[in-house]
Design a protein around this ligand. Structure first.
Ligand code: SME
Length: 161
């Protein structure tokens, strides 16, 4: 059966549990980076409808814009810069309740109000980051962090092994 990413579930945990199951079915066994990242951004968009979902990929010590769903965005982000570059430097997830209060936040769109960035790891090495923006304040919390880190693990175990 084809995975379905559209649902009517209002409970966030249940929505993520449902999503993760379908997502793993779609991704497991596919090793092509661009394909997996492209479908991952589309699947997250279909399931949750966030404002912007995409990946920045580490290439030659800079983050380069990868597959995404949403408005056009910045092409390159340096290590330690913005939310993405900081998550890369720290090799850890960053949840930003209000982008205006994050020093150095890079505003690709003025409509973005809150954000979560989750690194994709191969061992301890950051290979890419998943960046999701919301046009509302404080969209992301510990539940999002928990499940989006699972999403990142599913991607990484297939394309960065
Ligand atoms: N806001 C990000 C830049 C990428 S866009 O949100 C798509 C940052 O501060 O790193």
């Amino acid at each position: 059966m084809e995975p379905s990413f559209v649902h009517n579930i209002t409970d966030k945990r249940e929505a993520y549990e449902n999503f993760i199951e379908q997502f793993a079915l779609m991704v497991d066994g596919e090793t092509e980076e661009v394909s997996v990242l492209a479908n991952a951004s589309a699947a997250i968009r279909q399931a949750f409808g966030f404002f912007w979902i995409g990946f920045y990929i580490v290439k030659n010590d800079i983050l380069i814009l990868g597959p995404f769903q949403g408005d056009v965005a910045c092409n390159r982000i340096r290590k330690g810069k913005g939310v993405c570059g900081t998550a890369w430097e720290k090799a850890g997830t960053i949840v930003v309740e209000d982008v205006d209060k994050f020093p150095g936040h890079i505003a690709c769109s003025s409509a973005s109000r809150s954000e979560i960035v989750v690194p994709l790891l191969c061992g301890n090495e950051v290979r890419a980051v998943l960046d999701i923006d919301s046009d509302e304040i404080a969209t992301f919390d510990e539940t999002d962090r928990y499940y989006l880190e699972k999403v990142a693990e599913i991607i990484s175990r297939n394309i960065y092994r």
